[in-house]
Design a protein around this ligand. Sequence first.
Ligand code: SF4
Ligand code: SF4
Ligand code: SF4
Length: 177
Amino acid sequence: MRYAMAIDTRKCVGCSDCVVACQTENNVPIGFCRDWVVEVMDGSYPQLEIEIRSERCNHCANSPCVRCCPTGASHYSDGGIVLVTENKCIGCGACIASCPYDARYSHPEGYVDKCTFCIHRIQKGLEPACVAACPTKCMYFGDMDDPNSNVSKILKVRKYKTLIPEAGTDPQLYFLI
Ligand code: SF4
Ligand code: SF4
Ligand code: SF4
């Protein structure tokens, strides 16, 4: 099993409903977030194109954050989901420094936090909160090893890219282009 998410940059309107849904679902403290929206302008006037992306932890299959964690707090869980065990984390910040995607933050309670792919919801058969909340249905989540999962099906028919592939982290977030 290999969990992954695909995000359609052609359908995302940048409303940030995914950000609010995540903060609510996961009790993210005020002033912090586990996901965020990026807008990138390309081309030159008047031929301008804007790409809008909802970003979060890439749940990298070769993640530097897991490798560098001195306590084993950062680890791979079911389906390759990268998690932090709060009571094993000493808040050293090595993982924050190692992440090429700036996907982690220091929680005020002394541990490092980030996207969990809403594993607590997946285990109940639900979609991640951000996926469920998106008004344009631009996110697809599921098991890459299952050819019938939403994410496998969309990646078969659409072009996609990953972010900073040169970092060699094998990211599991795919951006449909
Ligand atoms: Fe770790 Fe960053 Fe990759 Fe997430 S995006 S698994 S925090 S290296
Ligand atoms: Fe591991 Fe916590 Fe240090 Fe990150 S801050 S490397 S999770 S002990
Ligand atoms: Fe937040 Fe869950 Fe979406 Fe990750 S999968 S960004 S934890 S709502």
